[in-house]
Design a protein around this ligand. Structure first.
Ligand code: NAD
Length: 374
């Protein structure tokens, strides 16, 4: 069986779906890998490293399985043969047109973000591996943009107080942002609507910010947050505006799958912050947690720097690609038996991750996104 890896074509996409090390391991298990020339270049993996690991350089769309990072463009879907298998981030809950085109092209597609978040599939969890990169980078951006120190310093010229950082949303990215900000010496507080994360926040040496919202717990299926009601959201924003005013930096990561990011940081909250403070809004891609975020830009409003970075994992392509490639390898191990493609649709990982098959959209959330009646 051949897995092929095209060079990513999306703007600013530097990652590659398989790195040489993983290509070598797949070759050892009887799976051949063909990479398009230059596919790993932006992630600092030259073609020669792939060849040395036992892969070939050739047509990135020639394999029975095509492994990608970003959702395919219309042109890329045109290059996928009928009956071929595509693995990658597909944004099944929002990219209705892509999903419909994949079904029409007769592609059997698997979305990395739709892999069930069960214990057995942890090694395939690309949402987590890439969110880890985003959280780390977000804390570094906050430290870099802040005109003040993160750590407490005692110097001959006086004592510097540590920065106060608030992390909103303590999922995978938020927890990594907390850990990174703590390592840099900041005093960190964090808030989430799922009360289960309190312990995780505290285990990283941060404090759980208690907001008197009268909210029991907003955990929904799969460990994700549910959408708050309008009333709950308004109360949350008002209470947060006061707390945000006490912070040097806010790193916001709050998300609800398939929906616009919740608005947590109002213009008033920005105005409450000290001049020179920083907001890093990781939710910029899905509309932003801050009212003043401009996706893909770093702007200064009310003397507060507001960064809305897009695709942060692509800013650290070497490790982001290595982790992603291991996620893909783990998924391939479930798809391949004795060197042959063997898709068992009774397996909950295969069934859960499958978006299109036999010309149909088979994933419930993707059907809704594509406007297909149940
Ligand atoms: P996510 O990216 O969907 O959301 C980020 C965070 O934002 C979540 O913690 C969510 O609770 C929070 N949030 C949503 N609305 C909010 C609001 N109004 N205010 C404050 N915070 C808000 O989530 P994620 O990081 O992908 O994953 C969330 C959780 O899923 C994890 O922390 C974990 O518990 C679970 N998970 C389980 C597995 C597994 O079992 N294999 C793997 C990964 C994650």
């Amino acid at each position: 069986m051949i897995v092929s890896v095209p060079k990513e074509t999306g703007p600013g996409e530097t990652r590659v779906a398989l790195v040489p090390e993983v290509a070598g391991r797949l070759a050892g298990s009887g799976v051949e890998v063909t990479v398009e020339a230059g596919a790993g270049a932006a992630a600092h993996h030259p073609d020669s490293d792939y060849v040395e690991a036992g892969a070939q350089v050739g047509d990135g769309f020639s394999g029975e399985v095509v492994a990608k990072v970003a959702p395919p463009s219309a042109e890329e879907i045109g290059r996928l043969g009928q009956g071929s298998v595509l693995v990658g981030f597909l944004q099944p809950l929002t990219a209705g047109d892509t999903v419909r085109a994949l079904a029409d092209a007769g592609v059997t597609s698997f979305a990395m973000e739709a892999i069930p978040r069960i214990t057995r599939a942890q090694s395939m969890d690309a949402l987590s591996s890439q969110a880890t990169v985003s959280g780390y980078r977000a804390a570094l951006i906050a430290a870099q943009e802040l005109p003040r120190f993160f750590p407490m310093l005692t110097t001959a010229a006086g004592t510097v107080r540590p920065a106060k950082v608030l992390v909103l949303g303590a999922g995978v990215a938020g927890l990594q942002a907390i850990a990174t900000a703590r390592r840099l010496g900041a005093v960190v507080q964090a808030f989430d609507v799922r009360s289960a994360v309190k312990e995780q926040i505290e285990s990283l040496g941060a404090r759980f910010l208690e907001l008197d919202m009268g909210l029991e717990d907003a955990e929904a299926a799969g460990g994700y947050a549910r959408q708050l009601t309008e009333e709950e959201q308004a109360k949350q924003r008002d209470l947060l505006a006061v707390e945000i005013g006490k912070m040097d930096a806010v790193i916001s990561t709050a998300a609800v799958p398939g929906r616009r990011a919740p608005l947590l940081v109002t213009e008033q909250a920005v105005r409450n912050m000290k001049p020179g403070s920083v907001i890093v809004d990781l939710a910029a891609e899905t509309g932003g947690n801050c009212e003043l975020t401009e996706p893909g830009q770093t702007v200064v409003r009310e003397d507060v720097t507001i960064a809305g970075p897009l695709n942060l994992p692509a800013s650290m392509p070497d490790h982001a690609s290595s982790l992603y490639a291991r996620n893909v390898q783990a998924l391939l191990e479930v798809m391949v038996k004795e060197g042959e493609l063997s898709l068992d649709f009774d397996d909950e990982v295969i069934a859960g991750a499958c978006i299109t098959r036999d010309g149909q959209i088979v994933h419930e959330g993707a059907r809704a996104a594509a406007g297909v009646a149940a």
